[in-house]
Each structure stands twice: as structure tokens, then as C-alpha cells.
Design a protein around this ligand. Structure first.
Ligand code: AMP
Length: 376
């Protein structure tokens, strides 16, 4: 079975083609600068994909699409029928930049790959499927939830799901019995608390702004601090959104959003970089401790994403703060980059394991599963 995975963004379209019999990648590419988002732009981008793929584009069995937000409607990946497209279009308010581009990609595929089924894989679905209200609701007047859907949704769900399945396999446990803290640490970062294979809490919220210290996002902040800045500097909601999402986090603290630069600065003794790394590590460890509690004791703590997979330095700073959980780092093992490896020392109460994520493969797997479940 040949599955095309499409990530149609507002300014670029990324794709990967998989042979699912062997789960091997046959092709991969990126079409950049596709303009400001109309379906015509996506059609042009996809025409380019077809040209790049050549003969390989001919016998594609299905297309899996990354879609940012599934609200509470999509608790799993779904075939993008007319009815599901209509439901997804009602969720554009949750991602005004990404959702039109994601859905535009689906519509363009319907036209270009005629008769080939399209499956939507929602970044929120893994979280929303099982997250209890005590974790998912905000302590504000419930009318805001009822009227506008203001609640926690969580993101990076596809990555947390892939990692959960991979970790269960690694630990030789059924997915339905595995308890984990999964740490996706990249330019955007989130943790998920996994109990019996499902999410019970996650650090991102209504939007990806909440939780950890990220490349350009501040993560958790007192809402009153936001109001105070808006009021004193007379900033509009749009300006404040840009400040918190694009000009905060590691970038605001050090001048760079790239963890490699910051590690280099810290090695040169730059205090602001040292503080930024300690803030990142502190908040990550804080949530690991909390999530270990809410899952009832984790079978493992998993690190993934660009930083989690590659940065021994950041991992060390995090794991150093987990001594109270009976965890010690194996410094030699922690040199690992981009492969599966236990980095905690023998005798640690909870193993810490690096597992590279593969969101595109997860999308392809879900596409196959959704098609298999389809009533014909
Ligand atoms: P992602 O968003 O998952 O692609 O992750 C991007 C982040 O991973 C950036 O902050 C990179 O600096 C970071 N990263 C990638 N490789 C390394 C590395 N070898 N050491 C430190 N950080 C890294």
C-alpha cells in the first residue's frame, strides 16, 4: 500500500511517500513559497509534487494530511468526507493561519488525485480522546467553554502517539497498559502524561503557547502579566500574540531560538544563555515530576524532538533535577544522538529513554488504519 503524507502549511507544503508493506520512505520533498493560502496555491504546489514524484505518483492508495486542530469533534484520525470537511471548516477559528492551509491541501488533493481517499490526522486528537475534564478545563466561567470552546486541547498529539506506541514496544508492554511521561522537546515543546496508553494531561492548551519554555514561545505565564504589558504598552491582542508566540522564549532570553547556539553561548560562559537553559530544564523537570504523579508512576520517561533526540547537554540538565524520583544519568549513554537508547544509569527507578519521533510515519499508519476500518 502506497501512502502519501501531506503537511500543507501556510507558506510551504511538505510531503513524504511511504510503502506501508515495509514502512519504508520512497520519497520526500518540500514545495516552498506557495503564497497566502488559497486552494489554487495548494493545487499548484501539489502539481509540483506530482511532477517531482513522476511515475511514483500514479498508484497512490491514500493520502494522509496533518491537520492542526480537531477541536472536540475529532477524537481520532478520520476520512475527510464532505461531512467531515464541513465539520473541520468550523474549527478554523482555532487555527486561523494553519487550518485554511491544511484544509486547502485536502481540497487540492481531491482535485488532483481523483478518487484517492484523504484522511485527516489531527494534532489534538490523541489528547482530546482521553484527557479528563479535571485536566482539560480552565477555572473560568464555564460559559466560555460552552460558547467558544475555550479549554485545553494540546498539540504534537501525533508525535506523542508515535512515541507512546514505540515506547510500549520498547518496554515490551501492551500499549493499553503503558504509563509514560513523553517529552517532545524541539522548537515547539510539550509534555504528555500517558496513563494506560492514553493522554491524561499535556502542557499545551487552547493553543500551543502554554507549558514549557520554547524557541520563541514563553510557555506558562501569569495571565495578569500579559494584561499588564498590554495595558502599559497599549498593545493590541494581535501584537501581544506576536510578542508571546514569536518573540519570547529562548529567543527573548538569549537573542537566538536555536538550542545549539544557546548551548555554545553557555559553554562560553554567557550568563543569559546559562539562565535560559536552566529555565528550560527546570520547567521540564517540574512537569515530569507532576506527570509522574498523575500517571500513577511512569514505566519510563521518553525524550524526543530536535532537542530531546540530540542535545545531551539539555537532557543532562533535566535529568539532574530528577534525583528525587530515583533517577540518575548514564553520562556515556547520554552522548546518543537520534537513536533509541536508555540514558538513565542502571538501578534508576524509572528509565529515561531517547526515542526519535516520526510524525509522518504515524500519519501514514493512521491513514492505513482509518481506511481499514472504513465501511464499504
Ligand atoms: P525540532 O523543532 O524538533 O526540529 O527541533 C529544533 C530544535 O532542536 C532547535 O532548537 C535545535 O537547536 C535543536 N537541536 C537539533 N540538534 C541539536 C543538537 N545537536 N544539540 C542541541 N540542540 C539541537
Amino acid at each position: 500500500m502506497k501512502i502519501l503524507v501531506v503537511n500543507s502549511g501556510s507558506s510551504s507544503l511538505k510531503y513524504q511517500l511511504f510503502d506501508m508493506k515495509t514502512e519504508t520512505r520512497l520519497a520526500k520533498g518540500l514545495v516552498e513559497r506557495i503564497g497566502c493560502g488559497g486552494p489554487k496555491d495548494h493545487a499548484a504546489a501539489l502539481a509540483q509534487v506530482v511532477a517531482d514524484l513522476g511515475d511514483a505518483a500514479k498508484d497512490i492508495d491514500a493520502i494522509g494530511h496533518r491537520i492542526l486542530h480537531g477541536g472536540e469533534v475529532f477524537t481520532d484520525s478520520a476520512l475527510m468526507t464532505k461531512a467531515n470537511m464541513a465539520k473541520a471548516k468550523k474549527l478554523v477559528k482555532f487555527g486561523p493561519l494553519h487550518m485554511p492551509a491544511n484544509l486547502g491541501g485536502v481540497e487540492a488533493c481531491e482535485r488532483i488525485f481523483k478518487g484517492v481517499p484523504n484522511v485527516g490526522v489531527f494534532d489534538t486528537a490523541f489528547h482530546i480522546a482521553t484527557m479528563p475534564d479535571c485536566a482539560g478545563m480552565y477555572a473560568i466561567d464555564p460559559k466560555y467553554y460552552k460558547k467558544y470552546g475555550i479549554r485545553k486541547y494540546g498539540f504534537h498529539g501525533t508525535s506523542h502517539k508515535f512515541i507512546t506506541q514505540a515506547a510500549a514496544k520498547f518496554l515490551k508492554k501492551p500499549v493499553a497498559k503503558v504509563n509514560l511521561v513523553t517529552c517532545h522537546l524541539g522548537n515547539g515543546s510539550s509534555l504528555a502524561a500517558i496513563r494506560n496508553g492514553g493522554v491524561v494531561d499535556t502542557t499545551m492548551g487552547l493553543t500551543p503557547l502554554a507549558g514549557l519554555v520554547m524557541g520563541t514561545r514563553c510557555g506558562d505565564i501569569d495571565a495578569a502579566a500579559v494584561l499588564s504589558i498590554m495595558e502599559t504598552e497599549k498593545k493590541s491582542p494581535a501584537e501581544m500574540d506576536t510578542l508571546l508566540n514569536k518573540k519570547s522564549g529562548l529567543l527573548a532570553l538569549t537573542g537566538s531560538s536555536d538550542c545549539r547556539d544557546i548551548c555554545a553561548m553557555a559553554a562560553r560562559g554567557e550568563k543569559k544563555a546559562e539562565l535560559a537553559l536552566e529555565m528550560l530544564a527546570y520547567r521540564t523537570a517540574l512537569y515530569i515530576g507532576a506527570y509522574n504523579t498523575v500517571v500513577g508512576g511512569a514505566d519510563a520517561i521518553i525524550m524526543t524532538g530536535g532537542i530531546g533526540e540530540n542535545s545531551g547537554e539539555v537532557r543532562e540538565r533535566i535529568v539532574k533535577r530528577l534525583a528525587a524520583l530515583g533517577i540518575k544519568l548514564d553520562k556515556k549513554a547520554n552522548k546518543v544522538r537520534g537513536e533509541v537508547k536508555v540514558i538513565s544509569a542502571k538501578g534508576s527507578k524509572i528509565p529515561v529513554v531517547v526515542i526519535p519521533t516520526n510524525e509522518e510515519l504515524m500519519i501514514a499508519r493512521d491513514t492505513v488504519r482509518v481506511l481499514g476500518n472504513r465501511k464499504v
